[in-house]
Design a protein around this ligand. Structure first.
Ligand code: PHE
Length: 372
């Protein structure tokens, strides 16, 4: 009898490129992580629908760092050693990124944060660029400069109080730049106070601050604290402007503070959903259709970062971590929703910023744009 025909070879499963996502999906800055992952997943879906990268599909392997720096180290380690991802995306906050960079460095895998703005994220204390660490957002020296100029020039503030989250590298770094720029240009800092991330009652310190009669109160922190601080400051009768950095950007802020407390609140951010640039309009519409909400800056930054990574893998012609690293370092003129990205020798882009405020209902309003 004729020998049985050889079984047909199983159809080859399309290969996937595994990308790790180490994000704040629960905990005190959860909206940051959830928005960023939404943006990344939307970009990956678009890229995969067009055939993926190098003929392979991009697959996001997600881990929740619970908004905690120790968990950030654990999640990064798991993604690299067990899931064998070829690049790490995230976390959002500078402190949590700083906790994951040593893992990326040890295992020689690129790590890209789309939102960690503290300079130390990509440069160590001796000023040396961290070989494996990249970011796609502006840095705090620029953001603090924009905030201080806005206080002086637009708000016409002569005095400022600063209220700092002592547990946050972001908060401390941003406060420092704000103070430096504000005082160098003739402003006076009349109060400087601190709180810790777990604080819920800021009234005693806010009473002290209010007594110094600052023209503006600068709060470089994240939305859970920002919302409570705005609410309590207004309840205590502080009516002058409150100014913040990108950490104010969350749809939970309105829930926490209420629209009334957000009047005369301004903050620096990476993009405005009201931008009329066709690229932004398309992104905002697509995002609304997919998630039924207006994309915040985190979502836009996540979206851009996913495309930038896909572009780097394409240019590398390989999904090997070291080749991706080299291609990332060579990124020039990448055009995204949040601006153009050319990475300098410190793995930082130079991008513009916007200042946002709130309308009567607590909806975000574009105030001004600041080019670098
Ligand atoms: N820039 C913040 C940090 O470094 C994170 C952040 C970015 C938060 C953008 C909100 C919006 O910690």
């Amino acid at each position: 009898p004729a020998p049985a025909p050889a079984p047909a070879p199983a159809p080859e499963k399309p290969k996937e490129i595994l990308i790790g996502a180490n994000f704040e999906l629960t905990g005190n800055v959860a909206t940051f992580g959830v928005s960023t992952v939404n943006g990344i997943e939307m970009a990956f879906a678009e890229i995969n629908a067009k055939g993926g990268v190098l003929g392979q599909q991009l697959k996001l392997v997600k881990g929740d760092n619970k908004s905690d720096s120790g968990e950030s180290t654990n999640v990064a380690t798991k993604l690299v050693t067990q899931d064998k991802v070829v690049t790490l995306l995230g976390p959002v906050t500078s402190t949590n990124v700083l906790a994951a960079v040593p893992v990326a460095t040890q295992f020689k895998v690129p790590i890209i944060t789309s939102s960690g703005t503290n300079p130390k994220v990509t440069v160590d204390d001796s000023g040396k660029t961290r070989e494996w660490a990249f970011r796609t957002c502006f840095i705090d020296p620029f953001q603090g400069f924009v905030a201080a100029n806005f206080a002086l020039n637009t708000l016409k503030a002569k005095t400022a109080a600063i209220y700092i989250d002592k547990n946050s590298d972001y908060s401390k770094g941003l406060a420092e730049v704000f103070e430096k720029t504000f005082t160098e240009k003739g402003g006076k800092v009349v109060a400087k106070e601190g709180f810790t991330t777990d604080d819920k009652d800021f009234r005693a310190t806010l009473t002290k601050i209010k007594a110094t009669k600052p023209d503006v109160l600068f709060v470089p922190a994240y939305y859970e604290q920002d919302g409570l601080i705005a609410k309590q400051a207004r309840e205590l009768g502080y009516t002058n402007p409150i100014l913040g950095g990108d950490g104010w950007d969350s749809d939970k802020l309105l829930q926490i503070a209420g629209a009334k407390a957000l009047q005369e609140v301004y903050f620096v951010n990476h993009y405005s959903a009201q931008d009329t640039d066709p690229k932004v309009v398309k992104f905002v519409n697509d995002y609304k259709a997919k998630y039924n909400s207006v994309p915040d800056a985190l979502a836009a930054l996540g979206y851009d970062t996913a495309y930038l990574l896909a572009d780097a893998i394409k240019r590398a012609g390989s999904a090997e971590p070291a080749k991706i690293r080299d291609a990332l370092a060579a990124t020039k003129g990448f055009s995204g929703v949040t601006g153009n990205v050319s990475l300098d020798e410190k793995h930082n882009p130079v991008k513009g910023a916007v200042v946002l405020s709130f309308d009567k209902d607590g909806k975000l309003v574009f105030k001004e744009k600041v080019n670098p």
